[in-house]
Every structure is written in structure tokens, then in C-alpha cells.
Design a protein around this ligand. Structure first.
Ligand SMILES: NC(=O)CCC(=O)C(=O)O
Length: 286
């Protein structure tokens, strides 16, 4: 596949930076009303993206209370109806998923314009960190990590890879997706006010520049009434590492257009994608 075939035409994206509280019904309604607003503002949008845990509080002790079956649960059905209603492709942020094995996963479901599921991705790397004087969080207390990479085939455009939040720290996901011919990566995420200022922009730009692809990070907005303070700053980065659009901390709609020409130009002028020395990297997969 040539670079000009990776992204077949400009992709218009809207990121919905919204909050989630304890009331699931309200969270779903909030997502619906923000999508409505975004589609009124940008009627040509092709792809909408929600943040990590948009239907539940981002809290280890709450995941089980909100966990649902996919695809039969309320949130998946609701998202499907929204995608269909607005005829927009939708990366449905993430929701706590109750798996058939009774384990709980942090899972993202993506829909086509007809509301059909075109991808389901379970967060692979769980957010288990302990920064003394900063933040301690241990998703693995209640969540299980997924073990499958996916490629989202966006009809008429091309393919994107996906990761969820902490997954962005592991460059392998984006690198593998790029090798498979993806033009970009999408990461519903919820960094916080400790690690966000340190690494959010850096990671988005790094994944973009490493692989000369577009990168989308979609965060919840910040709510200081909750114990976990999301960083916000949802953004879209181009293959050159340039931020195309970025939110602040509050509720916000971010709009950007992913231009295939930028991808082609970047790869032609700095041709790292054709200069890789796989013959030298032989033991790297370990
Ligand atoms: N929800 C998450 O995975 C948070 C990741 C994060 O904040 C980080 O620093 O990494």
C-alpha cells in the first residue's frame, strides 16, 4: 500500500470532552446531547470520539457497579443508536465491560454510520502506578487487561489503530498499527493532573512522530468534585507532531480535519518509514 492510499480522503473528527458522574443515565444523556451539539456545529463530521469511562466514574471501586455486557448492554445499544441517528462513525470512549468470563475489562466499542459494531478493544496495559506525593492508582484491583490488538476499518477512509489511555505509553501498539497500514491511532484516555502535565502532549506527539501518523487523544473534562481529576486537553496531532486542535480542561468539543496530503508530505520529506532496519532489530520482539 502506498502512503497516498493510507487515508483516502480528509477525515473530519470531533472529540467530545465531557464529564461522567455517578448517574449512568445522565452520563449517557450527556454524551447524546454533546454529540447532538457537535453534529449541529460540524454537520460534515465523519468520526466522533468519546473519552475513557464516559458512562461511569473513573474509580477502581466503581467499575463493577457499572459493568455491562457488550454488545447487549444499555451503553452499547445507546451508542449504536446515536451513531445511526447522526450517521457518524463513533469511537464510543470506554465503558466497564462484564465479560463472559465474569471478569471486568475497560473496553472501547466503535460503530459505523449504520450503528453496527466495527471494533471492540479491551485496554491492554492496566494503569497501575504509584507516584509518592503524586498519585496512586491500581486498575488491576478490579480490572483485567485485554490481550488483542485491533484495527478499525473506517469505510471510505482507511484504517486506524486503537489504544486506551495508559496504552499510549507503550509505543508498540502504534508501531504495529502503522506497520499494518493504519493512518492514525485513537486513544480514549483519562490522564490526571499529575501525569498529564508531564507526559500527555509528549506521548501524543511521540506516537505521531515515531510512526508518521495522526494521533487522537480524547479525555474527560476535569471535575474537581471527584477524587480523580482528569487532565482534559483532548487533542489531535498530525504526522509531523503538530497539534491541530486542543481543548482546555472543561467540557468542550474539539474539531480537526485529518488531511492525507500532510501524511504523504511528511513521509516523503523525512522517509523513516522506508528506512527502518528490520534486519538489525531481530531480537526486539522479546
Ligand atoms: N486512565 C489511565 O490509563 C491513566 C493513564 C495515565 O494517567 C498515565 O499517566 O499514563
Amino acid at each position: 500500500m502506498t502512503d497516498s492510499e493510507l487515508l483516502k480522503k480528509p477525515l473530519k473528527v470531533v472529540l467530545l470532552q465531557i464529564k461522567a458522574g455517578f448517574d449512568k443515565t445522565k452520563n449517557l444523556q450527556n454524551a447524546a446531547s454533546f454529540l447532538e451539539k457537535a453534529m449541529n456545529q460540524y454537520p460534515d463530521a465523519d468520526l466522533a470520539v468519546l473519552p475513557e469511562c464516559f458512562n461511569s466514574p473513573y474509580s477502581v471501586s466503581e467499575f463493577a457497579n457499572y459493568a455491562e455486557n457488550i454488545p447487549n448492554g444499555e451503553s452499547t445499544q445507546f451508542l449504536s443508536s446515536l451513531a445511526k441517528k447522526h450517521e457518524v462513525m463513533l469511537v464510543g470512549g470506554t465503558i466497564p465491560e462484564l465479560g463472559d468470563d465474569s471478569k471486568i475489562y475497560n473496553t472501547s466499542v466503535t460503530f459505523n454510520r449504520e450503528g453496527e459494531i466495527i471494533g471492540k478493544f479491551r485496554k491492554i496495559h492496566l494503569f497501575d502506578i504509584d507516584i509518592p506525593g503524586g498519585i496512586t492508582f491500581k486498575e488491576s484491583i478490579t480490572l483485567t487487561g485485554g490481550d488483542e490488538l485491533i484495527t478499525l476499518n473506517l469505510p471510505g477512509f482507511g484504517s486506524m489503530g486503537e489504544g486506551i489511555c495508559y496504552d499510549a505509553r507503550f509505543p508498540e501498539l502504534a508501531a504495529i498499527s502503522a506497520r499494518k497500514g493504519c493512518f492514525g491511532m485513537v486513544y480514549p484516555g483519562a490522564f490526571n493532573t499529575v501525569t498529564g502535565p508531564l507526559h500527555w502532549h509528549l506521548l501524543a506527539k511521540a506516537r505521531a512522530v515515531d510512526n508518521q501518523m495522526f494521533v487522537i487523544f480524547c479525555s474527560p473534562s476535569r471535575d474537581t468534585d471527584f477524587s480523580y481529576h482528569a487532565y482534559g486537553h483532548s487533542l489531535v496531532v498530525d504526522p509531523n507532531g503538530k497539534i491541530l486542535a486542543e481543548a482546555q480542561e472543561g467540557d468542550e468539543i474539539v474539531y480537526a480535519e485529518l488531511d492525507p496530503e500532510v501524511l504523504v508530505r511528511t513521509r516523503a520529506s523525512i522517509p523513516v518509514t522506508t528506512q527502518r532496519r528490520f534486519d538489525v532489530y531481530t531480537d526486539v520482539a522479546k
